[in-house]
Design a protein around this ligand. Structure first.
Ligand SMILES: [Zn+2]
Length: 240
């Protein structure tokens, strides 16, 4: 994908990635996480659900499996801070409670950058799943709420969490990306390994493509013009 500006933010110390499910970070985005953590950036993941509706087994079993697989996936790309909320998988709603829950974590983590997934109804790969639409849109709304003392004032008054202004919102899977995060070969390798950690989940999807093939191919597709020919195209909003 040519003509994209490189995205290499100055002063990035902490990033927070907000997604709906275990595995949502592992379809390319975790390569960018690897790139950042290998440069000393602290990256936290916030999952809004345990992904308990994503496998044929009963939900309590699945939530344990998928949480553990996500923890392993995080280790592959240097993420030590994994937080999973208990919102319901498959029927996630863009409620104020969800927005507050995300804003709370933004104020706790105090990231310069929040990464989330596209909230478009149609994504480059097809129809965008309902939880993904909700997660992306509510995450960007939570960024605004986290910066405002008078939105969810109880976060200050009852929990002592001061407002926090995030500098960059980075959206993956956007139909019209405007930046590319340039990657190194090891980032692609770690991204493959991170998706492979979701072994039980992938096993339940018999037609799933091999991570070792499609992840590098996808990153090569996004990496035109970068040093190693590997990149993740993203839409960046610089909130100043
Ligand atoms: Zn998902």
């Amino acid at each position: 994908m040519s003509g994209l500006q490189p995205f290499a933010p100055d002063g990035l110390e902490r990033a927070l990635c907000v997604v709906a499910h275990p595995d949502d970070m592992e379809y390319g985005a975790s390569a960018a996480v690897s790139h950042w953590t290998s440069r000393g950036v602290d990256v936290s993941y916030l999952l809004l659900t345990h992904g308990e509706a994503g496998m044929p087994q009963e939900p309590n079993t699945v939530r344990r499996i998928r949480s553990e697989e996500q923890r392993s996936a995080c280790r592959q790309v240097g993420v030590g801070d994994l937080r999973i909320l208990d919102h319901p998988d498959g029927v996630l709603e863009p409620t104020l409670a969800l927005r507050r829950d995300i804003a709370r974590v933004i104020r706790q983590v105090r990231p310069q950058l929040v990464m989330t997934t596209t909230w478009a109804d149609v994504a480059p790969w097809g129809l965008n799943q309902a939880d993904h639409r909700v997660a992306g849109l509510t995450a960007v709304d939570a960024v605004a709420a986290a910066g405002n003392r008078w939105i969810f004032p109880e976060l200050v008054d009852e929990e002592g969490l001061d407002p926090w202004s995030t500098r960059w919102v980075v959206v993956t899977g956007a139909a019209e990306p405007d930046h590319v995060i340039a990657l190194e070969p090891q980032d692609a390798e770690r991204a493959v390994a991170s998706l492979q950690q979701h072994a039980a989940y992938l096993e339940a999807l018999p037609d799933h493509p091999d991570p070792a093939e499609f992840i590098p191919a996808m990153l090569r597709g996004g990496g035109e013009g970068t040093d190693h020919g590997l990149g993740l195209p993203v839409r960046v909003f610089d909130l100043g």
